[in-house]
Design a protein around this ligand. Structure first.
Ligand code: HEM
Length: 144
């Protein structure tokens, strides 16, 4: 696996490709929910904790499950995010939060940590496709 992080260059964002649908087939919906729980537990202890409005661990877990709705959908599963929260419009939804290039690094490092336990059960090419997606898409969330 190559967890390298693409340097942020404000004038160029490479094309984004959705993760392979076979990533979700292997991880399963519950596995995706567990992945986002691990990820948010890491964010809860991270240097960017202050940008999350959640007041406690319970609210962080709720945010994790909202994100899981999105990631299940983007990986080819049921459209939970659209059904429960409306159109993704991710840049617009992130606009109120101060997301810097440095914040993105903390965000991706937490994702890498949360992905490690999947390495033994998920095909490397599929895991790589997920990493490539968040690596690029996260550049577009930088707004400060
Ligand atoms: C660049 C690093 C990123 C940071 C620092 C960041 C930070 C945040 C913050 C602060 C929230 C609000 C949480 C809340 O309302 O409790 C949020 C929500 C969310 N983020 Fe990110 N985000 C990043 C990138 C991404 C990326 C790349 C995706 C998807 C590919 C994503 C998907 C989501 C989703 C689905 C939500 C929930 C939106 C909602 O509640 O309606 N984020 N993020």
């Amino acid at each position: 696996m190559n967890y390298s992080i693409l340097a942020h260059n404000a004038s160029y964002v490479p094309p984004v490709h959705k993760p392979n649908p076979t990533f979700l087939t292997q991880v399963t919906e519950q596995g995706m929910r567990d992945l986002l729980s691990r990820f948010y537990a890491c964010l809860d202890k991270s240097a960017i904790r202050n940008i999350f409005p959640a007041i406690d661990g319970k609210e962080m877990e709720e945010a994790a499950q909202t994100s899981a709705d999105f990631f299940i959908q983007i990986c080819g599963g049921p459209a939970y995010f659209n059904q429960r929260h409306g159109m993704p419009k991710m840049r617009q939804r992130h606009a109120p939060f101060s997301i810097t290039a440095e914040g993105r690094l903390h965000w991706l490092i937490c994702f890498e940590e949360a992905l490690h336990p999947l390495e033994s059960s998920v095909n490397e090419e599929d895991l790589q496709s997920f990493w490539n997606y968040i690596n690029i898409f996260s550049i577009m969330m930088i707004n400060r």
